[in-house]
Design a protein around this ligand. Structure first.
Ligand code: KG4
Ligand code: ZN
Length: 342
Protein backbone atom coordinates (compact mmCIF):
# COMPACT_ATOMS: atom_id res chain seq x y z
CA UNK A 1 0.00 0.00 0.00
CA UNK A 2 1.24 3.46 -0.86
CA UNK A 3 2.06 5.76 2.07
CA UNK A 4 0.01 8.92 2.54
CA UNK A 5 2.47 11.62 3.58
CA UNK A 6 1.20 15.16 4.14
CA UNK A 7 2.95 18.37 5.14
CA UNK A 8 0.63 20.67 7.10
CA UNK A 9 1.02 24.37 7.88
CA UNK A 10 -0.74 26.46 10.54
CA UNK A 11 -0.42 30.26 10.53
CA UNK A 12 -3.83 31.55 11.63
CA UNK A 13 -2.70 33.82 14.46
CA UNK A 14 0.70 34.23 16.13
CA UNK A 15 2.17 30.72 15.97
CA UNK A 16 3.98 29.50 12.85
CA UNK A 17 3.74 25.73 12.84
CA UNK A 18 4.44 22.82 10.48
CA UNK A 19 3.84 19.09 10.90
CA UNK A 20 4.19 15.90 8.91
CA UNK A 21 1.62 13.10 9.09
CA UNK A 22 2.24 9.71 7.50
CA UNK A 23 -0.66 7.24 7.30
CA UNK A 24 -2.47 9.08 10.10
CA UNK A 25 0.56 9.20 12.46
CA UNK A 26 1.89 12.68 13.25
CA UNK A 27 5.67 12.31 12.98
CA UNK A 28 6.68 15.90 13.66
CA UNK A 29 5.12 19.08 15.02
CA UNK A 30 7.30 22.19 15.04
CA UNK A 31 6.05 25.57 16.30
CA UNK A 32 7.70 29.00 16.43
CA UNK A 33 5.82 31.32 18.79
CA UNK A 34 6.04 35.07 18.37
CA UNK A 35 7.27 37.12 21.33
CA UNK A 36 7.07 40.42 19.43
CA UNK A 37 3.47 41.04 20.59
CA UNK A 38 4.21 41.03 24.33
CA UNK A 39 5.13 44.72 24.39
CA UNK A 40 1.72 45.60 22.92
CA UNK A 41 -0.53 43.57 25.22
CA UNK A 42 -2.11 41.64 22.33
CA UNK A 43 -1.49 40.31 18.83
CA UNK A 44 -0.58 43.04 16.33
CA UNK A 45 -1.75 41.61 12.98
CA UNK A 46 0.90 43.24 10.76
CA UNK A 47 3.74 42.15 13.05
CA UNK A 48 2.26 38.64 13.12
CA UNK A 49 2.33 38.25 9.34
CA UNK A 50 5.89 39.58 9.11
CA UNK A 51 7.04 37.12 11.78
CA UNK A 52 5.28 34.27 9.91
CA UNK A 53 7.25 35.20 6.80
CA UNK A 54 10.51 34.96 8.73
CA UNK A 55 9.60 31.71 10.48
CA UNK A 56 7.86 29.64 7.84
CA UNK A 57 10.86 28.30 5.88
CA UNK A 58 12.93 27.15 8.92
CA UNK A 59 9.82 25.70 10.60
CA UNK A 60 8.84 23.65 7.51
CA UNK A 61 12.44 22.55 7.07
CA UNK A 62 12.64 21.30 10.66
CA UNK A 63 9.25 19.55 10.45
CA UNK A 64 10.44 17.58 7.40
CA UNK A 65 13.80 16.77 9.02
CA UNK A 66 12.22 15.70 12.34
CA UNK A 67 9.87 13.37 10.46
CA UNK A 68 12.71 11.95 8.37
CA UNK A 69 10.79 12.77 5.19
CA UNK A 70 12.04 14.61 2.12
CA UNK A 71 9.75 16.74 0.01
CA UNK A 72 9.74 14.27 -2.90
CA UNK A 73 8.00 11.74 -0.61
CA UNK A 74 5.03 14.03 0.10
CA UNK A 75 1.58 13.35 -1.37
CA UNK A 76 -0.18 16.60 -0.45
CA UNK A 77 0.30 19.99 1.21
CA UNK A 78 -2.31 21.11 3.76
CA UNK A 79 -2.85 24.48 5.41
CA UNK A 80 -5.22 26.36 7.68
CA UNK A 81 -7.66 28.29 5.53
CA UNK A 82 -9.35 30.01 8.50
CA UNK A 83 -10.69 31.39 10.71
CA UNK A 84 -7.83 33.67 11.64
CA UNK A 85 -6.02 36.92 10.92
CA UNK A 86 -6.07 37.62 7.19
CA UNK A 87 -2.40 38.62 6.90
CA UNK A 88 -1.26 35.62 8.94
CA UNK A 89 -3.43 33.22 6.93
CA UNK A 90 -2.10 34.66 3.67
CA UNK A 91 1.48 33.74 4.57
CA UNK A 92 0.61 30.07 5.20
CA UNK A 93 -1.74 29.91 2.22
CA UNK A 94 0.74 31.45 -0.23
CA UNK A 95 3.64 29.33 1.01
CA UNK A 96 1.60 26.11 0.86
CA UNK A 97 0.19 26.83 -2.59
CA UNK A 98 3.63 27.71 -3.97
CA UNK A 99 5.24 24.62 -2.41
CA UNK A 100 2.48 22.38 -3.79
CA UNK A 101 2.70 23.94 -7.25
CA UNK A 102 6.47 23.49 -7.38
CA UNK A 103 6.17 19.83 -6.36
CA UNK A 104 3.08 19.12 -8.48
CA UNK A 105 1.05 18.12 -5.40
CA UNK A 106 -2.62 18.60 -4.48
CA UNK A 107 -3.55 21.00 -1.70
CA UNK A 108 -5.91 20.45 1.24
CA UNK A 109 -7.55 23.32 3.13
CA UNK A 110 -8.36 22.86 6.81
CA UNK A 111 -10.84 24.61 9.12
CA UNK A 112 -8.85 25.58 12.23
CA UNK A 113 -11.76 24.93 14.64
CA UNK A 114 -12.44 21.47 13.20
CA UNK A 115 -8.73 20.74 13.56
CA UNK A 116 -8.75 21.65 17.28
CA UNK A 117 -11.43 18.94 17.74
CA UNK A 118 -9.56 16.35 15.65
CA UNK A 119 -6.39 16.89 17.71
CA UNK A 120 -7.95 14.10 19.79
CA UNK A 121 -7.08 11.61 17.04
CA UNK A 122 -3.34 12.31 17.09
CA UNK A 123 -2.67 9.96 20.00
CA UNK A 124 -4.42 7.21 21.96
CA UNK A 125 -6.85 7.12 23.70
CA UNK A 126 -9.28 8.44 21.10
CA UNK A 127 -12.97 9.21 21.76
CA UNK A 128 -15.74 7.15 20.17
CA UNK A 129 -18.37 8.82 17.99
CA UNK A 130 -20.58 10.58 18.81
CA UNK A 131 -18.82 12.75 21.40
CA UNK A 132 -19.14 16.30 22.67
CA UNK A 133 -16.18 18.65 22.42
CA UNK A 134 -15.85 21.92 24.29
CA UNK A 135 -13.49 23.93 22.08
CA UNK A 136 -12.10 26.90 23.98
CA UNK A 137 -9.54 29.19 22.41
CA UNK A 138 -8.55 32.84 22.17
CA UNK A 139 -11.12 33.53 19.47
CA UNK A 140 -13.85 30.91 19.98
CA UNK A 141 -15.88 29.06 22.59
CA UNK A 142 -17.93 26.25 21.13
CA UNK A 143 -19.73 23.07 22.09
CA UNK A 144 -19.51 20.74 19.12
CA UNK A 145 -21.41 17.48 18.62
CA UNK A 146 -18.89 15.32 16.78
CA UNK A 147 -20.66 12.61 14.77
CA UNK A 148 -17.70 11.56 12.65
CA UNK A 149 -14.24 12.87 11.70
CA UNK A 150 -15.67 15.38 9.26
CA UNK A 151 -19.27 15.53 10.42
CA UNK A 152 -19.66 18.02 13.27
CA UNK A 153 -22.54 20.14 14.48
CA UNK A 154 -22.11 23.37 16.41
CA UNK A 155 -24.62 23.19 19.26
CA UNK A 156 -23.52 26.20 21.31
CA UNK A 157 -21.07 29.10 21.21
CA UNK A 158 -20.18 32.35 22.90
CA UNK A 159 -22.44 35.25 22.00
CA UNK A 160 -19.68 37.75 22.85
CA UNK A 161 -16.12 37.19 24.13
CA UNK A 162 -14.31 33.87 23.89
CA UNK A 163 -13.16 32.07 27.04
CA UNK A 164 -9.49 32.70 26.16
CA UNK A 165 -10.26 36.38 25.79
CA UNK A 166 -11.93 36.41 29.21
CA UNK A 167 -8.68 34.99 30.63
CA UNK A 168 -6.43 37.34 28.67
CA UNK A 169 -8.41 40.50 29.31
CA UNK A 170 -8.90 39.97 33.03
CA UNK A 171 -5.18 39.11 33.25
CA UNK A 172 -4.42 42.40 31.50
CA UNK A 173 -6.51 44.29 34.09
CA UNK A 174 -4.31 42.67 36.75
CA UNK A 175 -1.19 43.98 35.01
CA UNK A 176 -0.09 40.58 33.66
CA UNK A 177 1.63 40.50 30.24
CA UNK A 178 -0.01 39.04 27.10
CA UNK A 179 -1.08 36.29 26.73
CA UNK A 180 -2.31 36.44 30.31
CA UNK A 181 -4.23 33.13 30.33
CA UNK A 182 -1.31 30.84 31.24
CA UNK A 183 -0.03 33.31 33.88
CA UNK A 184 -3.45 33.72 35.46
CA UNK A 185 -3.57 29.92 35.63
CA UNK A 186 -0.16 29.86 37.36
CA UNK A 187 -1.13 32.42 40.04
CA UNK A 188 -4.54 30.78 40.53
CA UNK A 189 -2.85 27.58 41.70
CA UNK A 190 -2.00 29.10 45.10
CA UNK A 191 -5.18 31.15 45.52
CA UNK A 192 -8.62 30.61 47.02
CA UNK A 193 -11.20 30.17 44.22
CA UNK A 194 -14.04 31.26 46.51
CA UNK A 195 -12.31 34.40 47.85
CA UNK A 196 -14.23 36.76 45.53
CA UNK A 197 -17.48 36.38 43.64
CA UNK A 198 -17.86 37.55 40.04
CA UNK A 199 -20.86 37.70 37.70
CA UNK A 200 -21.74 34.58 35.71
CA UNK A 201 -23.53 36.11 32.70
CA UNK A 202 -26.36 34.14 31.09
CA UNK A 203 -26.86 33.55 27.37
CA UNK A 204 -30.34 33.09 26.00
CA UNK A 205 -29.94 29.79 24.11
CA UNK A 206 -29.35 26.73 26.33
CA UNK A 207 -25.79 25.82 25.24
CA UNK A 208 -24.49 29.31 24.44
CA UNK A 209 -22.02 31.25 26.58
CA UNK A 210 -21.49 34.87 27.52
CA UNK A 211 -18.32 36.29 29.05
CA UNK A 212 -18.39 40.04 28.51
CA UNK A 213 -20.36 40.69 31.74
CA UNK A 214 -17.71 38.81 33.71
CA UNK A 215 -15.03 41.12 32.33
CA UNK A 216 -17.07 44.17 33.39
CA UNK A 217 -17.72 42.65 36.81
CA UNK A 218 -13.96 42.14 37.35
CA UNK A 219 -13.23 45.69 36.14
CA UNK A 220 -15.73 47.33 38.55
CA UNK A 221 -14.55 45.14 41.40
CA UNK A 222 -10.91 46.13 40.85
CA UNK A 223 -11.77 49.81 40.48
CA UNK A 224 -13.65 49.78 43.78
CA UNK A 225 -11.02 47.81 45.69
CA UNK A 226 -8.01 49.78 44.44
CA UNK A 227 -9.75 53.08 45.26
CA UNK A 228 -9.81 51.90 48.88
CA UNK A 229 -6.42 50.17 48.84
CA UNK A 230 -3.99 50.92 45.96
CA UNK A 231 -2.04 47.71 46.77
CA UNK A 232 -5.14 45.50 46.61
CA UNK A 233 -4.16 43.63 43.42
CA UNK A 234 -0.60 43.03 44.55
CA UNK A 235 -1.77 41.76 47.95
CA UNK A 236 -4.52 39.51 46.58
CA UNK A 237 -3.25 38.43 43.16
CA UNK A 238 -3.48 34.67 43.72
CA UNK A 239 -7.00 34.87 45.20
CA UNK A 240 -8.26 37.15 42.39
CA UNK A 241 -6.77 34.85 39.71
CA UNK A 242 -8.22 31.74 41.39
CA UNK A 243 -11.67 33.37 41.68
CA UNK A 244 -11.70 34.55 38.05
CA UNK A 245 -10.55 31.13 36.84
CA UNK A 246 -13.15 29.40 39.01
CA UNK A 247 -15.91 31.56 37.47
CA UNK A 248 -14.81 30.97 33.84
CA UNK A 249 -14.47 27.22 34.41
CA UNK A 250 -17.88 27.10 36.11
CA UNK A 251 -19.57 28.91 33.20
CA UNK A 252 -17.95 26.48 30.74
CA UNK A 253 -18.68 23.28 32.62
CA UNK A 254 -22.27 24.16 33.58
CA UNK A 255 -23.13 24.40 29.87
CA UNK A 256 -21.13 21.34 28.93
CA UNK A 257 -22.93 19.36 31.62
CA UNK A 258 -26.29 20.57 30.30
CA UNK A 259 -25.38 19.59 26.73
CA UNK A 260 -24.13 16.14 27.82
CA UNK A 261 -27.44 15.52 29.58
CA UNK A 262 -29.51 16.79 26.65
CA UNK A 263 -27.69 14.71 24.01
CA UNK A 264 -27.21 11.78 26.40
CA UNK A 265 -23.53 11.59 25.61
CA UNK A 266 -20.88 10.34 27.99
CA UNK A 267 -17.83 10.79 25.74
CA UNK A 268 -16.64 14.30 26.58
CA UNK A 269 -13.59 16.13 25.19
CA UNK A 270 -12.02 19.56 25.52
CA UNK A 271 -9.80 21.26 22.94
CA UNK A 272 -8.16 24.60 22.11
CA UNK A 273 -5.69 26.81 23.99
CA UNK A 274 -7.82 27.12 27.13
CA UNK A 275 -7.92 23.32 27.47
CA UNK A 276 -4.35 23.74 28.78
CA UNK A 277 -5.85 25.45 31.86
CA UNK A 278 -5.15 23.43 35.00
CA UNK A 279 -8.40 24.49 36.70
CA UNK A 280 -10.47 23.35 33.71
CA UNK A 281 -8.57 20.07 33.39
CA UNK A 282 -9.01 19.22 37.08
CA UNK A 283 -12.66 20.29 37.27
CA UNK A 284 -13.54 18.33 34.12
CA UNK A 285 -11.81 15.22 35.44
CA UNK A 286 -13.82 15.51 38.69
CA UNK A 287 -17.08 16.08 36.80
CA UNK A 288 -16.27 13.09 34.61
CA UNK A 289 -15.99 10.86 37.68
CA UNK A 290 -19.30 12.18 39.02
CA UNK A 291 -21.20 11.47 35.77
CA UNK A 292 -19.25 8.36 34.71
CA UNK A 293 -18.07 10.17 31.57
CA UNK A 294 -15.06 9.14 29.52
CA UNK A 295 -13.06 12.37 29.52
CA UNK A 296 -10.54 13.28 26.78
CA UNK A 297 -7.99 16.03 27.43
CA UNK A 298 -5.29 16.71 24.80
CA UNK A 299 -1.56 16.74 25.51
CA UNK A 300 -0.34 20.32 26.11
CA UNK A 301 1.43 20.54 22.74
CA UNK A 302 -1.89 19.87 20.96
CA UNK A 303 -4.03 22.30 23.04
CA UNK A 304 -2.70 25.60 21.72
CA UNK A 305 -2.30 26.29 18.01
CA UNK A 306 -0.21 23.65 16.26
CA UNK A 307 0.14 22.09 12.82
CA UNK A 308 -0.20 18.54 14.19
CA UNK A 309 -3.96 19.05 14.40
CA UNK A 310 -4.01 20.48 10.86
CA UNK A 311 -2.07 17.42 9.67
CA UNK A 312 -4.43 14.87 11.24
CA UNK A 313 -7.47 16.68 9.81
CA UNK A 314 -5.80 16.78 6.40
CA UNK A 315 -5.28 13.01 6.60
CA UNK A 316 -9.05 12.43 6.90
CA UNK A 317 -9.77 14.96 4.13
CA UNK A 318 -7.22 13.16 1.91
CA UNK A 319 -8.96 9.82 2.51
CA UNK A 320 -12.21 11.43 1.31
CA UNK A 321 -10.51 12.98 -1.72
CA UNK A 322 -11.33 16.50 -0.56
CA UNK A 323 -8.74 18.62 -2.33
CA UNK A 324 -8.86 22.35 -3.03
CA UNK A 325 -8.00 24.25 -6.19
CA UNK A 326 -4.94 26.49 -6.54
CA UNK A 327 -7.13 29.63 -6.63
CA UNK A 328 -8.44 29.12 -3.08
CA UNK A 329 -8.14 32.17 -0.79
CA UNK A 330 -8.01 32.39 3.03
CA UNK A 331 -11.25 32.20 4.95
CA UNK A 332 -11.25 35.27 7.09
CA UNK A 333 -13.86 35.13 9.85
CA UNK A 334 -12.70 36.81 12.98
CA UNK A 335 -14.20 38.43 16.04
CA UNK A 336 -12.81 41.98 16.32
CA UNK A 337 -12.01 41.53 19.97
CA UNK A 338 -9.41 38.91 19.00
CA UNK A 339 -7.04 41.74 18.16
CA UNK A 340 -5.82 44.49 20.39
CA UNK A 341 -7.52 47.85 20.05
CA UNK A 342 -5.05 50.62 19.37
O1 KG4 B 1 -6.12 27.76 20.56
P1 KG4 B 1 -5.20 28.89 20.81
O2 KG4 B 1 -3.74 28.62 20.94
O3 KG4 B 1 -5.34 30.01 19.74
C1 KG4 B 1 -6.55 30.35 19.16
O4 KG4 B 1 -6.98 29.64 18.22
O5 KG4 B 1 -7.13 31.33 19.67
O6 KG4 B 1 -5.73 29.59 22.17
C2 KG4 B 1 -5.07 30.69 22.72
C3 KG4 B 1 -5.78 31.08 24.01
C4 KG4 B 1 -5.26 32.39 24.61
O7 KG4 B 1 -6.38 33.17 24.98
C5 KG4 B 1 -4.50 31.91 25.84
O8 KG4 B 1 -4.46 32.85 26.90
C6 KG4 B 1 -5.32 30.70 26.24
O9 KG4 B 1 -5.60 30.06 25.01
N1 KG4 B 1 -4.57 29.81 27.13
C7 KG4 B 1 -4.89 29.62 28.44
C8 KG4 B 1 -3.93 28.74 28.97
N2 KG4 B 1 -3.05 28.41 27.97
C9 KG4 B 1 -3.46 29.08 26.85
N3 KG4 B 1 -5.90 30.12 29.16
C10 KG4 B 1 -5.98 29.74 30.45
N4 KG4 B 1 -5.09 28.91 31.03
C11 KG4 B 1 -4.06 28.39 30.34
N5 KG4 B 1 -3.18 27.54 30.94
ZN1 ZN C 1 -6.66 27.83 17.83
Amino acid sequence: MQNISILAIESSCDDTSAAVVVNGKVLSNVTASQQVHEAFGGVVPELASRAHQQNIVPVVDKALKDAGINKQQLNAIAFTRGPGLIGSLLVGTSFAKGFALALGLPIITVNHMQAHVLAHFIDEPVPNFPFLCLTVSGGHTQIVLVKDYLNMELVGESIDDAAGEAFDKTAKMLGLPYPGGPLLDKYAQTGNPLAFKFAQPKAHRPFDFSFSGLKTSVLYFLQKQTAENPDFVQQNLADICASVQYTIVKILLDKLQKAAKHFQIKQIAIAGGVSANSGLRTALTELGKKHAWSVFIPQFQYCTDNAGMIAITAHYLYLQGQFASQDVTPWHVLPFSYMIHI
